[in-house]
Design a protein around this ligand. Structure first.
Ligand code: PLP
Length: 328
């Protein structure tokens, strides 16, 4: 039976290949390539109800990463970056949601008149969808202030020459699921994976930062991490605050000795870590630098201060009849 999705804070419309369709019609065949072989690339984006109206955070960068992910997997589609940005804004406007999470996803589907069931992806059609819904704090309301308890995962993070972490591909998240399930079943909120060299990589869905003697450390992109847009935002904000950033390989043991540790991600935003493998991090609560960076980050997100670089980070949703990307 068709669901009344409005009551579930889900947009009743989904953008599909250039048009808005009903949520209840956004369905695929079970024998689609993506279901059998994990062939999707996607994004996770947030729209905030800012002091100047609803605005999408770093929309252009997210859509560019989607295009990059699709390029790596040779998924061609006829929509350019601006078209997908405009489609996202149109969908949010249509949804009536003033704060939401946005999920663009590109999949290899099934041509039911000319079906192909093998691994070879090329015969399958490519479909582009964008959905949106209201989503609260990913790691819990309290986490942003109180911090979370995490473990180091026994699972190794995907390696760059098997499943490239530069792409945000659906298949990567089988690895993330192993990490997340192990953490949850062990009583932790999140798991931190090491890369194939045994160096710190990232969480199941977040990048990681350490603070030591007032400096910020984060694993480089070569440590099989997703090039996180929140990671980039934190780096730019911290630089703007005069904090030194070091992108370097991080040993597991360094996690235990750090003054502060936090996770970053569109879903997790900036979430402090208070313990790792039951070893208390610093004072066991949100550190000073973490709080200071969080404060600036949320100010940028809610349009209370400009972004630290010249390109705007907010795309306003309201139809002003002008160019949608305003300077904030
Ligand atoms: C594996 C992984 N790492 C890092 C991130 C953080 O990336 P971003 O800040 O762009 O959301 C995510 C979230 O998308 C993720 O899934």
């Amino acid at each position: 039976m068709a669901k009344d999705v409005k009551t579930m804070n889900i947009s009743p419309k989904v953008w599909k290949d250039g048009e808005l369709i009903d949520w209840n019609d956004a369905k695929i065949h079970v024998m689609s390539h993506v279901v059998n072989y994990g062939s999707s690339v996607f994004e996770g984006i947030r729209c905030y109800n800012t002091t100047k109206g609803s605005a999408v955070f770093r929309l252009t960068e997210h859509i560019q990463r989607l295009i990059n992910s699709a390029k790596i997997y040779r998924m061609d589609f006829p929509y350019d970056r601006q078209t997908l940005c405009d489609a996202t804004v149109e969908l949010i406007r249509e949804s009536g949601l003033n704060e939401c999470y946005i999920r663009p996803i590109v999949i290899r589907g099934l041509d039911e008149d000319n079906p192909a069931f093998g691994v070879n992806p090329f015969p399958n059609p490519i479909n582009v969808y964008i959905a949106t819904w209201q989503w609260g704090k990913y790691l819990g309301e309290e986490a942003i202030e109180a911090g979370i308890d995490v473990c180091v995962s026994s699972w190794t993070r995907i390696t760059s020459n098997s499943l490239p972490s530069m792409a945000k591909a659906g298949a990567n998240y089988m690895n993330s699921q192993l990490i997340k399930m192990e953490a949850l079943l062990g009583g932790y909120s999140e798991g931190i994976a090491l890369d194939d060299r045994g160096m710190v990589s990232e969480g199941s869905g977040e990048n990681i930062f350490l603070v030591n003697n007032g400096k910020l450390y984060t694993p480089p992109l070569g440590a099989s991490v997703l090039p996180g847009i929140t990671r980039d935002s934190v780096i730019q904000i911290a630089r703007d605050m005069g904090i030194e950033i070091v992108e370097t390989s991080v040993q597991r043991a360094a996690l235990y000795l750090a003054d502060e540790v936090f996770l970053t991600g569109t879903a997790a935003e900036i979430t402090p870590i208070r313990s790792i493998d039951k070893i208390t991090v610093g004072s066991g609560r949100r550190g000073e630098l973490t709080a200071a960076i969080q404060e600036q980050f949320f100010k940028v997100i809610y349009a209370e201060r400009p972004a630290p670089n010249v390109a705007p980070w907010l795309t306003f949703v309201a139809d002003t009849g002008e160019k949608k990307t305003a300077v904030a």
